[in-house]
Ligand binder design. Structure first.
Ligand code: C2E
Ligand code: CA
Ligand code: CA
Length: 348
């Protein structure tokens, strides 16, 4: 919409809010109640730009911001918004090329049995070795990869890289533990997903029992009936299934029972305060008891101190993972840990 004769952006913003409220009013169509929402971006001529192209672009940047903040709202363009959006665009363009340019790496973080302190597995975590910016963590690139759909090729690359690395270690005679690969929600939702897993294992000539897949609660709950089918398909391949960041999303406990899971991972936000905060301790203890009742293995993430470990031990948590034992390390370092004498040999 082009609105003339307004004195400031706020007036246009208020007008946009009024329009959005009118659009959001429910109406009936073919006997059904329908609710529509819209998002709006506001920009002002000539303050934000002189050319039609720039003005339309600024409005689009503001609208994208409105959508990212949950939609159904209006945002007013600002210079900062444009800078952020440009930075995102750069990351997106570079991330697209990162796979072909072999800039992605996988790191490994050991999982440890709480009772014995021995290694029992590892989690595979992606890192981006950027030619200028150095190592870029997943917090900077995974969300953008998820929004743009790049997570699908990126996730497949991680899965294949992890299978190949494990197969290499096995061929080298190392006692290799089970490894867990993260599967993002948009990746899990693609029709192709379960069908990607078996070929990745076959191409690496790897027994499916080595692989565990970590999915978040929200990924599974989004379309629960479809998820059950996809999870069953994965189960038939012979891989293990784990629910990640448990406690942060909202899980239907009724569904939890119907998903063919092997493991629950307690989110680190609960584990990290477990020795200081009675509420966190109560939550962790309850999750361990629930997992036990459902016949699932339970792993606590983000264990940094001995007192956290002690509490987990008292409540018979099965496995844990955290900086107390090791940070995520490059494949080469992890390979050495596998070959080294105790405590790392404990990995097997
Ligand atoms: P996540 O799956 O919950 O992974 C565990 C994160 O906790 C890792 O962060 C790990 O470094 C960190 N962590 C482990 N122990 C401790 C601890 O004792 N203290 C603290 N403060 N942190 C600890 P990272 O590697 O930065 O990964 C962040 C997230 O990015 C992961 O969370 C996961 O959701 C995502 N991610 C990483 N790699 C991949 C991937 O290959 N595919 C997908 N889809 N997501 C990935
Ligand atoms: Ca994980
Ligand atoms: Ca997690």
């Amino acid at each position: 919409m082009l609105i003339q004769g307004l004195d400031q952006a706020d007036t246009a913003g208020a007008l946009a809010e009024t329009l959005l409220a009118a659009i959001a009013a429910p109406f009936r169509a073919a006997g059904e109640e329908v609710v529509l929402t819209a998002s709006a971006g506001v920009t002002v001529f000539p303050d934000d730009g002189m050319e039609s192209g720039a003005i339309l672009n600024n409005a689009a940047v503001a609208m994208r911001q409105a959508k990212q903040r949950g939609g159904g709202r209006a945002e007013i363009y600002s210079r900062e918004l444009s800078d952020t959006s440009l930075r995102r665009l750069n990351v997106e363009t570079e991330l697209r090329r990162a796979i072909d340019r072999e800039e992605l790496r996988i790191f490994f973080q050991p999982k440890v049995r709480v009772e014995t302190g021995r290694g029992s597995g590892c989690e595979v975590l992606v890192r981006w070795q950027h030619p200028e910016r150095g190592i870029v963590g997943p917090d900077k690139c995974i969300p953008i990869a998820e929004e743009t759909g790049l997570i699908v090729p990126l996730g497949e690359w991680v899965l294949r890289a992890a299978c190949n690395q494990t197969a290499d270690w096995l061929r080298a005679g190392l006692r290799v533990p089970r490894f867990s690969v993260n599967v993002a929600s948009p990746q899990f939702r693609t029709q192709r997903f379960p069908a990607l897993v078996a070929p990745a294992l076959q191409d690496a000539d790897l027994d499916p029992r080595f692989l565990s897949l970590e999915l978040t609660e929200s990924a599974m709950m989004e379309d629960a009936p479809r998820s059950i089918r996809a999870l069953q398909e994965l189960k038939e391949i012979g891989v293990r299934l784990s629910i990640d960041d448990f406690g942060t999303g909202y899980s239907s406990l009724a569904y939890l029972k119907r998903f063919p899971l092997n493991e629950i991972k307690i989110d680190k936000s609960f584990v990290m305060g477990v020795d200081r905060d009675v509420d966190n301790a109560a939550i962790v203890i309850a999750i361990i008891a629930m997992a036990r009742g459902l016949g699932l293995s339970v792993c606590a993430e983000g264990v940094e101190t001995k007192s956290q470990l002690a509490l987990l031990k008292r409540h018979a948590c099965d496995e844990c993972q955290g900086f107390l034992f090791s940070k995520p390390v490059p494949a080469e370092t992890f390979g050495k840990m596998l070959g080294a004498p105790a405590p790392a040999r404990a990995m097997a």
